[in-house]
Design a protein around this ligand. Structure first.
Ligand SMILES: *Cc1c(COP(=O)(O)O)cnc(C)c1O
Length: 387
């Protein structure tokens, strides 16, 4: 038997031990935790919809109408009218022909990649892609080529070497730990040139970037995509609910329904959640002020952080990490912020590369300017040196 206690002790000694915090109450800028109220900058609830009264009401209505559990998988009897309507609305939102709901983003990425490629094929991925994309490629058995972050020459080289096989490029749209935006025009051009699929994981982009929150395509003012572009969106971030979807061509969606194991062999997402997500979509579509307010907060934070010479990263999204390098240091700063009533998680390897530990700050449309000022004030007391 493996020595679990020994491995855990080693992990602790390396400052890589992870612990959960029990939160009493809803998501929002102020979290209740162990009787304290913490000003939180670590949720992915970018638009502040997770606890929106209209979403709560829609979830209740959804439960009245559909009950709580979906009872079975989509292909048996779990596919409801709410799922169907949400799929239509999400396809429209992404400018794609069809959309297909999955229970989580992890499973959506898994479903697409393992359905489209196998051991005869190649998958090219940015080194900073989300774990679910990397894991899916590994499980697919395809040859995995990882290019250094944003390195389009390296990607081109990998694609050019590959002349025979079916290929798929996968990239985060907004990188989850760095907050920067993938070079989508170049990715699309390379996919076109090398007749490759392009899977774009828009978990941190939908609802957030582009004037109407339609993500990377809108951000770059790109036209409705060709069939080779596949969008994955997650509902647990800006949408404020949970679940995920894949959007793409009719043939792609039909193929996933027939073959994607993470679609077929699992219970459908709760219909009440699907019903509530229609309200999220309506708020995303109609309340531009959430994105505008968020942009203002981002500018305010970056401006203040620059004045304090904090180690900002090149991000224009609500993900604003401070790069510290050392895991122990990141953990210490996170603990000292807690003492000041501020919750920011220390992100350490293997979530980020070795030597790239950081405080991952995320802003939400429900933060106020004063919250950002409090954050800057607390950070100034830490006397963080630039690395
Ligand atoms: C959160 C996230 C996922 C996983 O989505 P879940 O619905 O939480 O499983 C996938 N990709 C990226 C880029 C993410 O940030």
């Amino acid at each position: 038997m493996k020595d679990l206690a020994g491995a855990l002790a080693l992990r602790r000694a390396r400052h890589l031990y992870r612990q959960r915090r029990i939160i009493d109450g809803p998501q929002g800028p102020h979290l209740r935790c162990n009787g304290d109220s913490l000003l939180s900058f670590c949720s992915n609830d970018y638009l502040g919809l997770a606890n929106h009264p209209r979403l709560i009401q829609a979830l209740q209505q959804g439960a009245e109408h559909y009950g709580v559990g979906s009872g079975s998988s989509h292909l048996i009897s779990g596919h409801s009218r709410a799922h169907h309507e949400l799929e239509l609305a999400l396809a429209d939102f992404c400018g794609q022909a069809r959309a297909l709901l999955f229970s989580t983003g992890y499973m959506a990425n898994f479903g697409v990649i393992t359905t489209l490629v196998d051991r005869h094929d190649i998958v090219c991925q940015d080194k900073l892609n989300h774990a679910s994309l990397i894991d899916a490629a590994q499980l697919s058995g395809a040859q995995l080529q990882r290019y250094t972050h944003g390195n389009m020459e390296m990607l081109q080289h990998a694609l050019a070497k590959n002349t025979q096989q079916n290929s798929l490029i996968a990239s985060d749209g907004v990188f989850s730990m760095d907050g920067d935006i993938a070079p989508l025009p170049k990715l699309l051009a390379l996919a076109e040139q090398h007749d490759s699929w392009l899977l774009l994981d828009e978990a941190h982009a939908l609802g957030v970037i582009g004037k109407q929150g339609r993500g990377s395509l809108e951000y770059f003012s790109l036209p409705t995509p060709s069939d080779r572009l596949i969008t994955v969106g997650t509902l647990g971030k800006a949408f404020g609910t949970s679940g995920a979807f894949v959007a793409g061509s009719d043939d792609l969606v039909e193929t996933l329904i027939q073959q994607a194991r993470s679609y077929i062999y699992t219970t459908a997402l709760s219909s009440a959640i699907a019903h509530a997500t229609l309200t999220s979509l309506e708020l995303i579509n109609t309340e531009d002020w959430r994105r505008e307010h968020l942009q203002m907060l981002i500018q305010r934070f970056r401006h203040g952080a620059q004045q304090l010479s904090l180690p900002l990263m090149p991000s224009e999204t609500p993900i604003q990490p401070l790069l510290l390098g050392d895991s122990e240091l990141a953990l210490q700063y996170s603990e000292r912020l807690i003492q000041q009533g501020i919750l920011i998680s220390a992100i350490r390897p293997p979530t980020v590369p070795q030597g790239k530990a950081r405080l991952r700050i995320t802003l939400s449309a429900t933060h106020q300017e004063e919250d950002v000022d409090k954050l800057l004030d607390a950070l100034s007391k830490l006397k963080i040196n630039s690395v």
